[in-house]
Design a binder for this molecule. Structure first.
Ligand code: FE2
Length: 309
């Protein structure tokens, strides 16, 4: 598969209630690499394995949640082309100047009908991950610090108008629908999982009356052992755990859901099947959503449906 257009999730700006406590938690417990602060006081992080300067940005606020989620695109020409296609489709966009986020080029920002702010960008400074590009070792000792995920993998967002959101992602941004859960009457999608490459999902949405809500940002772990180790670290640090360790039916990924100190849910995730764009969408009826969420327990956990930030 030739990767063009939108490449991957690149950054998420998360609101936290106490920035100092959160910097310590994301460093010591999540095991991210602290990359510095900007003039607005925002704190920047990347995973140990990511090569670009930042992926998680924390902003102090009086309410938790997510300000925006950004995707890296192939190059500046692709950025301009996607901006034009969004405008032609009827989505208004705004250019955010280079440098407004540290070490990040110009961004194209737009709001989805679900109330979420999304961004596209082509440039973020490559800082490497401590592993040389010549004769690279498979991992570095830094992996042992905290949960230490491989990368920011995807987000699940809750909001209204999921059918319109799906059209923007599939008709304009080049994503395809990998899986879906139907509404109880079977006439619409209650939740959708969309991919822009060969990952099982790069974003997911669930229909919800309140706009702009964050269900979770997900961090990829290398193995099931690493997910279990993340669970150990959560317990050692009194992190409130929501669901897991278990396996999703939807995506077939293995997971733990838990909350950061501000009440933002996050996921430590591994595995999942590997779709191609020509694969037919897999569909779950609403009565099997419990298996879709938690395959062994077959349980539609109440918190999954109702707790968002
Ligand atoms: Fe997830």
């Amino acid at each position: 598969m030739a990767m063009t257009g939108v490449l991957r999730p690149g950054h998420a700006q998360i609101r936290v209630l106490d920035i100092e406590e959160s910097v310590k938690w994301y460093t010591d417990v999540m095991g991210l690499k602290y990359q510095g602060r900007d003039s607005q006081g925002r704190a920047y992080f990347k995973t140990r394995a990511e090569r670009d300067h930042n992926s998680i940005i924390l902003r102090q606020s009086d309410r938790a949640g997510m300000d925006f989620f950004g995707y890296k695109v192939l190059d500046k020409a692709t950025l301009a082309s996607l901006e034009k296609q969004l405008n032609e489709y009827g989505v208004k966009t705004e250019r955010i100047p280079a440098g407004e986020l540290l070490e990040t080029g110009e961004r194209v920002r737009f709001e989805l009908p679900s109330g979420h702010v999304m961004e596209l960008y082509a440039e973020k400074t490559k800082v490497g991950n401590g592993i040389p590009l010549i004769n690279p070792a498979p991992w570095s000792k830094a992996r042992d610090n905290g949960i230490a995920p491989v990368r920011l993998d995807h987000a699940l967002l809750y909001g209204p108008n999921v059918a319109e959101v799906q059209k923007i992602f599939t008709e304009v941004l080049g994503f395809y629908l990998v899986e879906r859960v139907l509404t109880p009457d079977g006439n619409a999608n209650a939740a959708i999982w969309l991919s822009c490459g060969q990952k099982v999902h790069d974003i997911a949405f669930a229909e919800y009356p309140e706009p702009g809500k964050l269900h979770h940002c997900s961090f990829l772990m290398e193995s099931w052992d690493q997910v279990l180790r993340a669970g150990d670290i959560m317990s050692m640090n009194q992190v409130p755990v929501d669901i897991g360790p278990t396996r999703h039916g939807v995506t077939r990924g293995c997971t733990i859901y838990a909350w950061d100190p501000s009440g933002n849910r996050f996921e430590t995730f591994m595995g999942g099947h590997l779709p191609y764009p020509d694969y037919e969408t897999m569909t779950w009826t609403f009565d099997t959503f419990g298996q879709g969420l938690d395959y062994p327990q077959r349980k539609l956990h109440e918190t999954f449906l109702t707790v968002v930030s």
